[in-house]
Design a protein around this ligand. Structure first.
Ligand code: ADP
Ligand code: ASP
Ligand code: MG
Length: 439
């Protein structure tokens, strides 16, 4: 039996946290492969080392002095090394990092040092072998993850090893240049390592006791989800449940390896299991609620739209030409609405509108900004009547105006559009009706 254990930033923010991690790993011999993140926040308004690195490199890139900022980063690691009483010096590493910053090795290289250095400390602390992820995780020239080459090289490299530390978040192009995943990407590394060793379980250790029904920053102490499918989790993660990176399920899903989300500060809690399928019903009709702010809707109307062949394609072509992807596409008779990310759309708004006019010749185009999307997700929704009605009534009671409602064809999710300002209250109202009233 073997497990891959990934620890997030807050689990590794200080020597004290490292000690908790050490006892978790030592508690089970199966916890053989460790994927650490960079040190996160030690307290509320602390700065994550990854953010310190981005800030420091921005100065280097602008040919400004960055000595003070680099020293502060080094101090974060030295505090951990000293607290753990390790005989380890990172002096040489920091000489190399300084030189590479001056030579403008890139923003990704800079950010990746957070995990790289924490990996060196972790390996030294545990007495495990350290493997630089730049030698085993690969990206294609277009920046996408190269799953095939990675699997080949990584599984060979790990074969026969009793244990190892593989830092999260980064890999490299074929030419050796470092590249990172998007933010929160150490979760993906953990999943890739789990696939490479055909792990029995991928444990993802964080600062909450699992995937909760909704964001604990919005609802106080939400209930924990005991078991959730990959598909449900993917939907929730994509829509804003930041407890796991939305792409982290793909590598393990191919192998059917379950993910167990656990709390470093409460290791006795069994956490959440993420699995391929389960006969276990979720406790409530819904499994979870997640959402994101910052969308725009472009509402297009044209008489007889539905009978015009190619209308939808022409509208979407206008977005494609401006390199904008769409989030949602609810439609009615003679109307079609496109939801996009506001920050991607704003600069290109007039170009997109004029392209839609030229290509599709609609009667009207209305744009509404500052919208939020909320996903209500659950495998149990398919077999339960009245879920949408309950959402409607909860939101009506909370005096929230619904801008859009869209049921996915899987019948596993309902997406609701509301004003940004109503976002938190809408989530609370939906949580109340499905969870609080059932307790
Ligand atoms: P790590 O540094 O361990 O990777 P993250 O900060 O990336 O941790 O993810 C954990 C955080 O995700 C929690 O502290 C919580 O604030 C947030 N979060 C958002 N939605 C959820 C949810 N549905 N369940 C649990 N945590 C959530
Ligand atoms: N350290 C990186 C970040 O802050 C990656 C991660 O934590 O997963 O985004
Ligand atoms: Mg994370």
């Amino acid at each position: 039996m073997s497990k891959v254990v990934k620890f997030g930033g807050s689990s590794l923010a200080s020597a004290e946290q490292f000690e908790k991690v050490g006892s978790i790993i030592r508690a089970e011999a199966e916890r053989r492969f460790v994927v650490p993140s960079a040190p996160g926040k030690r307290f509320g308004n602390d700065t994550k080392v990854t953010d310190m690195l981005y800030g420091c490199y921005a100065l280097a890139e602008a040919d400004k002095d960055f000595a003070k900022e680099l020293k502060a980063i080094k101090a974060r690691y030295e505090e951990i090394i000293k607290g753990l009483k390790l005989k380890l010096s990172l002096d040489d590493e920091f000489v190399t990092i300084e030189k590479n910053f001056k030579e403008k090795a890139g923003k990704d290289y800079a950010a990746s040092r957070g995990e790289y250095l924490n990996g060196i400390i972790m390996a030294n602390y545990l007495g495990f072998e350290f493997i630089d992820s730049a030698t085993v995780i690969f990206f294609n020239e277009d920046g996408t993850f190269n799953a095939e080459k990675t699997h080949q090289v990584l599984s060979k490299r790990l074969e026969g090893l009793e244990n190892a530390v593989v830092p999260g978040f980064y890999g490299a192009y074929d030419n050796g240049k470092v590249k990172t995943f998007s933010r929160g990407g150490s979760d993906i590394t953990g999943s890739i390592v789990a696939k490479a060793i055909h792990a029995d379980v991928y444990e993802n250790w964080t600062d909450v006791s699992g995937c909760l029904v909704t964001d604990p920053r919005i609802v106080k102490n939400p209930q924990k989800i005991e078991i959730i499918t990959y598909r449900e989790l993917r939907e929730l993660a994509y829509m804003g449940a930041s407890v796991l990176h939305e792409d982290a399920i793909f590598p393990v899903r191919q192998e059917g390896i379950p993910i167990n989300i656990r709390n470093t500060n409460d290791p006795g809690n069994s956490g959440t299991w993420i699995v391929g399928s389960t006969g276990q019903k979720s406790k409530y009709v819904i499994t979870g609620i997640a959402g994101k702010k910052g969308f725009c809707s472009i509402n297009i109307e044209k008489d007889m739209m539905n009978s015009e062949v190619g209308f939808g394609r022409k509208v979407l072509q206008a977005f494609e030409e401006s390199n904008i992807s769409f989030e949602h596409l609810p439609s009615g008779i003679d109307t079609m609405t496109v939801f996009v990310h506001q920050d991607e759309f704003m600069d290109k708004e007039q170009k997109v509108v004029s392209t839609i006019q030229r290509l599709a010749k609609p009667d009207t185009i209305d744009i509404e900004s500052d919208l939020a999307l909320i996903a209500v997700v659950g495998r149990g929704m398919k077999s339960t009547r009245g879920t949408a009605a309950r959402i409607f009534s909860a939101l009506a009671h909370a005096h929230i105006n619904i801008k859009m409602i869209d049921q996915g064809s899987s019948e596993m999710n309902i997406i609701i559009g509301v004003a940004n300002d109503d976002f938190e209250n809408a989530i609370k109202a939906i949580y109340d009706i499905f969870v609080e009233t059932c307790l």
